[in-house]
Write a protein that binds this ligand. Structure first.
Ligand code: AMP
Ligand code: MG
Length: 699
């Protein structure tokens, strides 16, 4: 479920607040396609209802899905509806109020209505609070005057929500009861107007183009108070912050908030996730990955490579914060926001060559211009006038003086005694660059998710961008596991193996531009491994481990992750490769690669590379692939991908002499991988095969 437009409404139960924006009035904020607009002030409910109805109509007509949040309870504590309407249907309460609430900018009947409702209940209450001078029959002024009305004081939602007011309280600072009575009729009318295009959460499944949800800005209270600009109106600030946070959530993050049971009391969006939403609002950290992000759909025993990749693409999202850096420090980082040109490039029309400038065009035949005194050079513009029939000496990059729009190349000109001559024709605008012809001020020049290249630094600098918002560098921990492992160069017995994976993976991850954290080697011992992972989780964003990633007795990585509730064993239909294990350790993703170095390398290039790219804030990175003629014979079975170590010589791909995955030296012999797809295939010399060069995969 994705939404294009987020509309957050801070409602009010009171009278018209006047023309000048004030607090305790209705404030709305729209976020559309990731752009959060300035909050709007609505002086009364009539204005707000018309405006909301309009925007919903416009968005629906444009085929855009809207999530509209209103900050008042959509229901009452269980049992209220049955007494009021004789039904359990929450919409019966909405319609009941819609039929009876009288609302005008300067007067409404909410207190009288609450008194009349109280009269339907035994004892005194449940409504209380009276903002009027005169007494209302059956409506006590004090909450403690109530008794024996039989209603629970709070909805389940308010029992959880720290500091939430009960819906029975109609007056006093912060009371929400009046907003509910004065809001439900508006929602009831929207429901009627948008009928089958509108669904209300959590009463109905949200399978329509408009979703109406209950919000409560206090779920991000800490962020609201910490980020509120001085003199800003809190109501305005909090709808804006909420719009920003909700619209910025990845689709599955928002879905997670919306996944609550259908309940007639209604509930508050984001309840139970206050900490996460607050930290996002404070910009402290992006949302963490969900526990089920690696859960493969059940079904096939062997998962095709493409399915596994599609799963990663769909379930991962950036995990790093953003920071503002000066341009020069951003090479290799991922843009966290679109970068826009601060200034047009070029900022003013200028000369593309060294020559003479004049007012074009120049007709066919001999053209002759008198030269004015002085010249125009880059950084030293000509300040005088260039009269008709005159030309000016001009150098590359110089701004065109007023009235000059065309430049003739100096090599095409004969100049003497203050006169220049050349053969026409020359089109108007020749050898000149128009202002903004390359980039326009305000234009998006590079999009969020892009890895900044050296060329990008040139582009950004030319457009006057001095500081860039980028993702912090991803911190990637690298760990080898296995009792048999020794450090290369150390004394080793016959049963020992030198740790080949760690130096290889460290260099790979470093080449991708991330911050490598060498976690060393772990023995095949669960307690030690647990300590290492605990420590790694506190200082890494992602952990890459190799070895112990199967289901055997010594596969401790699997065993530990299995206890986290996030564990997944991916049996990927590929060669080389064995199961990949994935999971979250204290919220940090762990990739458990096969121990075999060839398999570890191929899995890292094919799966870990794009996964880290997304988590680091980048776009999904497809492996660079070129079709090259094969210089080998091969017949391949159906049902798995095969990656062959290959090298290009004389324009054709040869493969390593052995496909044995124990031969790590083949990785060094090769310059890339031949990737053969799922289907059965017979390859003869000359057949085109997809080649993935290492130099493309190592960046
Ligand atoms: P495992 O996945 O732990 O069962 O390991 C599979 C094979 O890869 C075994 O032969 C291990 O000795 C070997 N192996 C595991 N880790 C490494 C490593 N870091 N470097 C070289 N070989 C390894
Ligand atoms: Mg092992």
């Amino acid at each position: 479920m994705t939404f294009d437009t987020f509309l957050m409404v801070d409602w009010s139960g009171g009278n018209d607040r006047g023309a000048i924006p004030k607090k305790d009035a209705i404030w709305v904020c729209v976020a559309r396609d990731g752009v959060v607009e300035e909050p709007l002030y609505m002086r009364n409910r009539q204005v707000a209802e018309a405006w909301i109805s309009d925007i919903l109509t416009t968005e629906r007509a444009a085929g855009r899905r809207v999530l509209a949040g209103f900050d008042f309870a959509f229901g009452y504590p269980a049992g209220f509806g049955r007494v009021l309407t004789g039904s359990e249907d929450p919409f019966a309460i909405w319609d009941w109020f819609a039929a009876r609430v009288e609302d005008a900018p300067d007067r409404n009947n909410r207190f009288a209505l609450a008194g009349a409702i109280n009269a339907m209940f035994p004892g005194i209450g449940p409504f209380w609070g009276n903002g009027l001078q005169r007494d209302i029959p059956d409506l006590p002024r004090k909450g403690r005057a109530r008794h024996d009305h039989g209603m629970p004081e709070r909805r389940t939602a308010e029992q959880q929500a720290k500091g939430a007011f009960a819906v029975w309280q109609l007056s006093g600072a912060g009371a929400v009861g009046s907003q509910v009575i004065m809001g439900l009729p508006v929602l009831a009318r929207l429901r009627e107007r948008f009928a089958t295009d509108l669904a209300v959460w959590p009463f109905e499944p949200l399978d329509r183009s408009i979703a109406i949800v209950e919000i409560w800005p206090s779920v991000i209270a800490k962020a609201v108070s910490q980020t509120q600009p001085e003199n800003a109106i809190k109501d305005a600030h909090q709808v804006k912050l909420l719009a920003q946070v909700l619209s910025g959530l990845p689709p599955d993050g928002l879905q997670h908030l919306l996944d609550v049971p259908i309940q007639p009391e209604g509930t508050i969006l984001g309840m139970g996730h206050e900490e996460m939403l607050t930290s996002i609002a404070l910009g402290h950290s992006p949302p963490s990955l969900r526990n089920d992000c690696f859960a493969m759909p059940q079904g096939a025993y062997w998962t095709p490579v493409d399915t596994a990749l599609a799963h990663l693409k769909a379930h991962l999202h950036p995990v790093t914060d953003s920071e503002d850096l000066s341009l020069g420090a951003t090479a290799g980082r991922f843009l966290a926001q679109d970068a826009t040109a601060v200034r047009s490039h070029p900022p003013a029309p200028n000369a593309a060559v060294d020559g003479y400038g004049f007012a074009g065009p120049a007709p066919a035949g001999i053209n002759q211009f008198k030269l004015v005194e002085g010249r125009a050079a880059a950084g030293a513009p000509f300040q005088g006038k260039v009269p008709a029939g005159h030309a000016i000496r001009i150098l590359t990059g110089a701004n065109l003086p007023t009235a000059v729009d065309t430049v003739v190349l100096q090599e095409d000109v004969s100049a003497d005694a203050g006169v220049v001559r050349f053969h026409g024709p020359l089109k108007q605008g020749a050898n000149a660059r128009a202002a903004g012809e390359d980039m326009q001020a305000g234009q998006v020049i590079l999009s969020a998710g892009r890895k900044i290249t050296p060329a990008d630094l040139g582009t950004l600098a030319a457009a006057g961008v001095g500081r860039v918002t980028v993702r912090e560098q991803l911190r990637v921990g690298i760990l080898s596991t296995g009792d048999e492992l020794r450090e290369a160069g150390d004394v080793a017995g016959d049963g020992d193996i030198f740790d080949a994976n760690r130096p290889m993976l460290c260099a790979l991850v470093n080449g991708w531009g991330y911050n490598v954290i060498d976690l060393g080697r772990a023995p095949d011992d669960r307690t030690t491994l647990r300590h290492i992972l605990d420590n790694a989780a506190s200082r890494c964003d992602v952990i890459i481990a190799s070895g112990g990633a199967s289901a055997g007795d010594e596969d401790h990585m699997s065993a530990l992750l299995d206890g986290t509730g996030s564990f997944a064993l991916w049996r990927i239909a590929m060669k080389p490769g064995r199961p990949l294990v994935l999971g979250l350790w204290q919220g940090k993703p762990v990739f458990g690669l096969p121990g075999n170095p060839v398999a570890a390398m191929v899995c890292a290039l094919i799966f870990v590379r794009p996964a880290l790219g997304v988590m680091a804030g980048g776009d999904w990175q497809e492996p660079p692939t070129y079709l090259v003629p094969a210089a080998f014979h091969k017949s391949k079975k159906e049902g798995r991908h095969e990656y062959l170590r290959a090298r290009i010589t004389d324009g054709a791909a040869r493969i390593f002499r052995s496909e044995g995955s124990g031969r790590v030296s083949g990785l060094s012999w090769a310059t890339g991988l031949i990737a053969l797809g799922h289907a059965a295939q017979t390859i003869a010399p000359g057949d085109p095969v997809p080649f993935l060069p290492f130099n493309g995969l190592q960046q």
